[in-house]
Design a binder for this molecule. Sequence first.
Ligand code: BG6
Ligand code: GLC
Ligand code: GLC
Length: 924
Amino acid sequence: MDSIGPRGLQQREGALGCPQEGLPCPSNSSELVQECLQQFEVTEAQLRQIQSSLLGSMEQALGGQASPAPAVRMLPTYVGSIPHGTEQGDFVVLELGASGASLRVLWVTLMGTEGCKIEPRSQEFVIPQEVMLGPGQQLFDFAARCLSEFLDTLPVGKQGLQLGFNFSFPCHQTGLDKSTLISWTKGFKCSGVEGQDVVQLLRDAIQRQGTYSIDVVAVVNDTVGTMMGCEPGVGPCEVGLVVDTGTNACYMEEARHVAVLDEDRGRVCISVEWGSFSDDGALGPVWTIFDRTLDQESLNPGAQRFEKMIGGLYLGELVRLVLADLVRRGVLFDGSTSPVLLSPGSILLEHVAEMDDPSAGAARLHAVLQFLGLNLRTSDAELVQQVCVAVCTRAARLCAAALAAILSRLQHIREQRSLQIAVATGGRVFERHPRFLSILQETVKCLAPECGVSFIPSVDGGGQGVAMVTAVAARLAAHRRLLEETLAPFRLTHEQLVAVQRQMREAMAKGLKGKPSSLRMLPTYVRATPDGSERGDFLALDLGGTNFRVLLVHVASGDVQITNQIYSIPEYMAQGSGQQLFDHIVDCIVDFQQKQGLSGQSLPLGFTFSFPCRQLGLDKGILMNWTKGFSASDCEGQDVVFLLREAIRRKKAVELNVVALVNDTVGTMMSCGYENPHCEVGLIVGTGTNACYMEELRNVTSVPGDSGRMCINMEWGAFGDDGSLGMLSTHFDARVDQASINPGRQRFEKMISGMYLGEIVRHILLHLTSLGVLFRGQHIQCLQTRDIFKTKFLSEIESDSLALRQVRAILEDLGLPLTSDDALMVLEVCQAVSRRAAQLCGAGVAAVVERIRENRDLEKLTVSVGVDGTLYKLHPHFSSLVAETVRELAPRCVVTFLQSKDGSGKGAALVTAVACRLAQMTRV
Ligand code: BG6
Ligand code: GLC
Ligand code: GLC
């Protein structure tokens, strides 16, 4: 920051300080005193410069500028709104650091808007000097003891008390109950606390004390407590100003201006920490030799220089330094000093306040000086008073300049020509020193004439305000607990995943043997992966995923070229008559052939049909049941190749040669297998989920033959349909299942795949709203709409590159009126749901690869899994979570996941190509 250099704060001639020893003294004492005190005068121009320099520092700090370090810290406090007055309940408030060496405990009852006001009960404890300067643990233990002692006097239970911690030192807050002390100020210097979370230190001490169960819910700076405690009804009180032992202010800033916050809306209370202003020397000559001496002799030399010119801890000391100097020069007290004048810290704020108050009368002044052991002449009394006036006036005017900086900032950001605002004031300097406030007011009026400021004194030292923040924090903490309880069933343990893997293995074994099992383990009649010798042009259909596609696949030596077109299958067709559906499919093929100039050609066709089919051969498969939102009539129990051929026959004009029927898992495995011979598993995590793998033929009871392998379509979406997943299924899964077109079926799929995750999230959000945790408990109409929360939102919301504000934008597009807290919770819901899905999928893959390893009697298996599906491909963390789970559950398998590039259509064409090659060979 630019120093208010020599040009701005010019030193006045002859005001360099008191004459050096040995120099001739001015003729009379009064003149010498006046000359000395001129240093404490700050001109209006200087005040304006301070105001604008502080404003500049505030802007730099808000903008996140790190170098050069801004002179003020501008610390976000996580208090987002001024109180509505609706907060209710009993709260304990512990105040540390606001008023010097005293610690205060309060019992505050908030009655909401309707209730009458109950005066807080409080007790003050003096913190011994050795505690203020000793180990941190000792200080916090002392605080916990005071708490217990105070609570012992009240008729309160020992359980469930909620505490607000008024901790008035510069802290980096990262939440309402997380706050790291940056550095001690104001006479405290306990070891081992800087850099630590003071809330945790207090919690630990309360636990060590062990008498009461107290939850430390919020930590609040005294300025914030002062602002928040301002009685509602006097207009918006958006500034809190404290001049006590130290000085500081807070105000409501627009969140979008605060670089460290990821927020673009609303306001946040910022603690300016203006005490450190001018630590870089920005105050130039306004900083006198007395300030320098005071600073050097303080516990924190070089720090909090602005505070040391204003705060109550320092005003008495400044007066003492000036008086001592004047005595040393023989101008006061006949040149005879006293032990009081020689001992630092002997003149307190109270003494200065009394001596500075002309209304107190000369007798009072005499009494104070006598109390201080100072040998007084009548002429001295007047001079001493002038010293006090000069020191205090300067303090009030500097404070006014700083406050004016905040007011200018508010006026600027609110874009108001004239700002009407209430400033809550707190601290002993205001209480004990009425002149301070009047000078402050007068100077503010001069520096910020366009602002109508009303100063509202805080009634109980901010205790009420701290209780209000605590009430809000307690509500948020209760919401968090409800969120955690709601999401707990989604957080699977290692043991649960091991159990899923084991059950899957058992179900696989039973299914292969034809015993009752939720896994059908369907033979696919695919016995080999392509060997590269396949050639020709093939047609392929791909039905059952997000898109229905028709493809032309050209297979040449080591190269496959694909031309494809996407066609839509409207819901009324997917759920209408089977004949209509298959007629539509053939229409699409005809259209494609025409567009590709293939009309009249009868190319071999591979049909990816992504539903459970009991295959009786490569080109014959009985649809067992529809899944994933399809329910076309008269298809279940029918051979789908026959249904397709019938539709072709009805169309008369076309000739098609349907060679192979292929599940999408198989198509994916074949497609990836063309590139990588280790690919012996196919996995789909898209609209639905399923897997296939190469099983030893000898284990497949329903297919004759003992040698070689066959690809098995597990149809694992149905895993658990026999009730075996009951323990894992939550209320929300049950609701999604009940509302689906196939209740009780595809239970595993409904916990994993894209068609259902958004719905699970929607049901959780509805539940949290009904608990009042989300959206302030308001009924949100759009959340009632089924499928409104698409699974693609999970992928978008969970993307690491997205800021929380973008998450909120996505959700707002849906019509969800979120706060930032809401957005964070929605994000956590999405994470819990998608994480469980990925882990369950991983447990399934682990079961498959372990089975392959054991089949082959291998110590270690190296295998690749070909994967496809929108959820797997688009979700930012799904694939790595699947891989992580597989590593955990199948440590003896080295599993590589290969994402299919061209979809299952290519695989279907390759299966067709292999079939044609084999057919040709048998013909030869
Ligand atoms: C594609 C296949 O590769 O993956 C589809 O070609 C398959 O047939 C799909 O069903 C699965 O993904 P989604 O997300 O489209 O259901
Ligand atoms: C000191 C502290 C600050 C506090 C002020 C008033 O400046 O650093 O946090 O608000 O004193 O007590
Ligand atoms: C459904 C189908 C299955 C398919 C999977 C992935 O589970 O029943 O055949 O493989 O979805 O698309």
